[in-house]
Design a binder for this molecule. Structure first.
Ligand code: SAM
Length: 245
């Protein structure tokens, strides 16, 4: 949690419980048992918990008997809330930053809060845990040595087609978050633009009861998506050109 690499850094130094700081805390993406003991401890002891939606986070915290004051920040008020959160830390508070699910700042707000704390030289601590992107990569069987994360693609068909055309010869695994409403159309576009043999992974409802991970060529996967009621949350991974399973 220090801001330089001075030699006196100790391995466990981030565990100073009373230091004023921002703790960036990952929360479950489905399975509640994935909230780490350290995340629980951090949330239970923070002076404030900064969250996207007080109702969503309030529901999660209640399940763990954690009752701490909540501060709301959203993408549209994040700049102003970032200054407010940083001011609280500067005056001695410990603030835990969470998002609705998973790791803050990844296709979720929080980046401006972290940046503001860094700009002011305030301590920022990592409390890592679930993230749909890393979870999907880890179970996909696709190369993870180099990947490019694109978050949510633009909803417009033309923009998504352009994305695929621009990445036809990618040497990295491509990772996107996609809404269940567009998943079949996206699969059809992948087959049409990248060819039937491109290896993909469709990871749905990770860590939840209906977790489904389909890895194969898009030619094999596409028929499995047709005629199905595709509900839930999806990560789509596209392997580099010429990758074979
Ligand atoms: N910050 C989160 C993270 O660390 O993964 C991502 C939040 S983003 C607003 C929500 C998107 O993440 C969903 O639309 C879906 O694409 C993906 N996602 C979240 N949870 C998921 C899950 N359990 N299984 C598959 N994808 C998931």
């Amino acid at each position: 949690m220090q801001n330089d690499f001075s030699p006196e850094i100790q391995e466990n130094e981030s565990a100073f419980p009373r230091t004023p700081r921002l703790s960036v805390v990952a929360t479950p993406i489905g399975n509640l048992s994935d909230l780490s003991p350290r995340a629980k401890e951090t949330l239970s002891s923070a002076d404030f918990i900064a969250c996207e939606d007080t109702r969503t986070t309030g529901n999660l915290l209640r399940k763990f008997d954690i009752f701490r004051p909540l501060l709301a920040y959203h993408e549209h008020n994040e700049q102003a809330s970032a200054a407010g959160i940083a001011a609280k830390i500067a005056s001695g508070a410990h603030v835990a930053l969470v998002c609705d699910a998973g790791t803050p700042t990844l296709s979720d707000p929080g980046f401006r809060v972290v940046r503001e704390c860094r700009r002011q030289g305030l301590a920022v601590e990592s409390v890592p845990g679930p993230c749909a992107l890393v979870t999907a990569l880890s179970v996909s069987g696709l190369p993870t040595n180099a990947f490019a994360y694109h978050g949510f693609l633009a909803p417009k068909t033309a923009a998504r087609r352009r994305f695929l055309e621009e990445n036809r010869v990618s040497k990295m695994t491509l990772a996107v978050y996609e809404s269940c409403h567009r998943i079949r159309a996206f699969a059809e576009e992948i087959a049409e633009i990248l060819g039937e043999n491109r290896v993909v992974c469709f990871a749905r409802e990770l860590t939840k009861l209906h977790e489904t991970v389909l890895t194969g060529t898009i030619g094999e996967i596409l028929p499995k998506l047709v005629g199905k009621n595709l509900k839930g949350e999806f990560v789509v991974l596209i392997a580099p050109e010429n990758f074979e399973l």
